[in-house]
Write a protein of this length. Structure first.
Length: 419
């Protein structure tokens, strides 16, 4: 092939490539597509499912003139055990402790004179009182002709309970046991005065010596309580005095240990439990619940004897019946709460017998200041290291969770979550 032919063939080949490229450009047309505007970035998963936050304490809606600090202070004051003897929520009216000074065989001393007296002078005065009381133990005082003098003597001793030195000397002498024994052999009106005096003496005592036979005094009062079924007033006031005695012993045991002279018989707690049963007067039931509330507020050996399944169930049933009376409702629930703090399984027993639906319904319908006590009952019962099947069912209940979140919006009920 000549050089001219090769040049012509190369030119033809180049012309064919140009035609192919022109054809390709005419056949393929790329459309101009307008891109959509950029979308805003999606919120994080945690932000898209964020729950409504619980109202902080600084934004809680409080009544005018009420601050969160005052609510906390009031709540903490409710945790302090209240007295049993003389409690206006338990007793309809106080026992008349009138004293006719003209019938006393000694010269009565006024409160101002007693404050100025020294210990020896007060001791001599108490000996005069004891000399009058000892012969009464050897007589059948229910038919005693000097019952009026005896009633005035007891009324005078009641006035002495406001003096700290007098209380110390009476409680730490034989006079306390003498008064306890007199309850068994006197008329009903004098019995009421004596048990009131015994309760006031224990309530106002700052120091009781370990040698004092408080256990024997508790045994005597238990016998009187057992035999007083026909006299509701004597039964109520004896129960209250016995409760003050048990609470003092329990509180001292928490700090000083067990004292053999202060041992309380098991029959005492059986009698207290019976005072919660149906048929008893509401004030007697309240008094028994108040004893349980106070005793279970301290750490002693008697918590186990009171923290029983049957007692817990009785308290819950009583608070449901007396729901209209706020003071009664609170006493029963707080007694149950204090018991559950030492025996958490009481919650599962109550729920198994009453039903979780009824317990939550009761919580939902209660007043805010009552809800916090029921919440404490639930919190103490669920505070276990190894929850059983009932506890797991309570914890996983959706109604309880939603109800608790709603209640936490109320400042009164929110106090239950303060340690």
């Amino acid at each position: 092939m000549s050089g001219r032919q090769e040049v012509e063939k190369r030119e033809e080949f180049e012309e064919e490539e140009e035609e192919d490229s022109i054809m390709t450009e005419s056949m393929v047309q790329i459309p101009q597509i307008e891109m959509p505007p950029p979308k805003p970035p999606a919120p994080p998963r945690s932000e898209s499912r964020k729950r409504t936050p619980v109202t902080p304490p600084s934004q809680l809606k409080l009544e005018p003139g009420v601050t969160l600090e005052t609510l906390i202070k009031e709540y903490q004051e409710t945790l302090i055990p209240q007295p049993i003897v003389g409690n206006c929520k338990i007793f309809k009216e106080p026992v008349s402790m009138r004293c006719d000074a003209r019938t006393l065989p000694w010269q009565p001393l006024s409160a101002q004179v007693l404050n100025d007296c020294e210990g020896a002078e007060i001791s001599h005065h108490l000996v005069e009182i004891a000399d009058f009381l000892y012969p009464c133990l050897r007589k059948s005082s229910k038919k005693n002709s000097n019952s009026r003098e005896l009633g005035s003597c007891i009324g005078y001793i009641y006035n002495l309970t406001s003096n700290e030195n007098c209380v110390y000397l009476i409680v730490n002498s034989e006079l306390l046991l003498t008064l306890s024994y007199l309850v068994k052999s006197t008329s009903e009106d004098v019995q009421l005065k004596i048990v009131q005096v015994v309760g006031a003496l224990v309530q106002n005592s700052t120091t009781i010596e370990p040698e004092t036979q408080l256990g024997e005094c508790a045994t005597i009062l238990t016998d009187v309580l057992r035999d007083s079924s026909r006299s509701p007033s004597v039964r109520l006031y004896t129960l209250a005095s016995l409760g003050e005695l048990i609470f003092y012993i329990a509180s001292q045991e928490e700090s000083d240990g067990v004292n053999s002279n202060w041992s309380i018989p098991a029959s005492t707690f059986v009698c207290i439990t019976r005072c919660l049963r149906e048929g008893e007067e509401i004030h007697t039931q309240l008094c028994a619940a108040k004893i349980i509330e106070n005793v279970c507020s301290v750490n002693s050996q008697y918590n186990k004897q009171l923290s029983q399944d049957a007692i817990a169930l009785s308290l819950w049933k009583l608070q449901m019946k007396q729901a209209a009376t706020d003071s009664a409702y609170i006493t029963f629930v707080r007694a149950l709460t204090n018991m559950t703090s030492f025996q958490p399984t009481l919650l599962t027993h109550v729920v198994s017998k009453i039903g979780l639906v009824n317990v939550l319904d009761n919580l939902n319908k209660s007043q805010p200041y009552i809800q916090k006590d029921i919440l404490n009952f639930l919190l103490h019962g669920l505070n276990v290291t190894k929850p059983n099947a009932t506890c797991k069912r309570i914890i996983s209940d959706r109604n309880l969770l939603s109800l608790a979140i709603t209640i936490m919006g109320n400042p009164h009920s929110l106090l239950s979550f303060i340690p």
